[in-house]
Design a protein around this ligand. Sequence first.
Ligand code: FES
Length: 270
Amino acid sequence: MEQTLSRILFLQRQRTDNWWVEPALVLFGLGAFIVYATWAAFQGSHYYTVAYLSPFYSPLIYVKSGVAGAAPLWHALLGEWPSWWPSFLPASPAFLILIFPGLFRFTCYYYRGAYYKAFAGSPPGCAVGAVPQKNYRGETFLLIFQNLHRYALYMALIYLLILGADAVAAYFHEGVFGFGVGSLVLTLNPILLGFYTLGCHSFRHLIGGRKDCFSCAGAGPLNGVYQKVSWMNRNHKLFAWLSLIWVGVSDVYVRLVSMGIISDWNTWGI
Ligand code: FES
């Protein structure tokens, strides 16, 4: 068997469909998002405007006052930017929090399948010859890291609540209720993230009472919730992409308004 597999060459296949389109789109889409998110995290500025906080910077642990487009100091959980921060790194609040959503996406079962194909060609597609590997040992050594997903889920659930609170805060400018385009942008963000996060395989396992066979155990009190979670799970790829794109759109929107490149239509007349 092993010898047979080793004779299958990279990209060798009998498939006649355009199997390469999806990995190519993942390569471009995920690659573009990673480049943009890294750039945005390094800025440390223009992440707040009107009543809108970019999701790339939420929750705010510290704020560096006096930076263009920085949030007001009261917004930070721990106050002013700390003096212990290494001077060779930009003073960006995003560095303190992006690790958790990044870990959640990186270890997601859907994304793993997608980026293994698109970035590593391992394999490039179903029933397509993979990049030859010597001594493949399965998910061992560094790949054990992928098992952190269930713990990343707990953090993602907390982030969902925080981003929900940010969406509510986007309807209050200096204590006055109102709304703008940014309020709607930041409202859609936790909704899409909710569909993605609550459709997680680990969450489905959790809500199913951590049983390997939910239906074998008979319908329990959470059966209705389980069915809804299962629907989100069946559409996990769709919500993975919609939520990813919308997180990026939210940051771009807040950034452009903060920089004065576009104006936010809102009821506060700002
Ligand atoms: S499997 Fe995709 S978020 Fe958990």
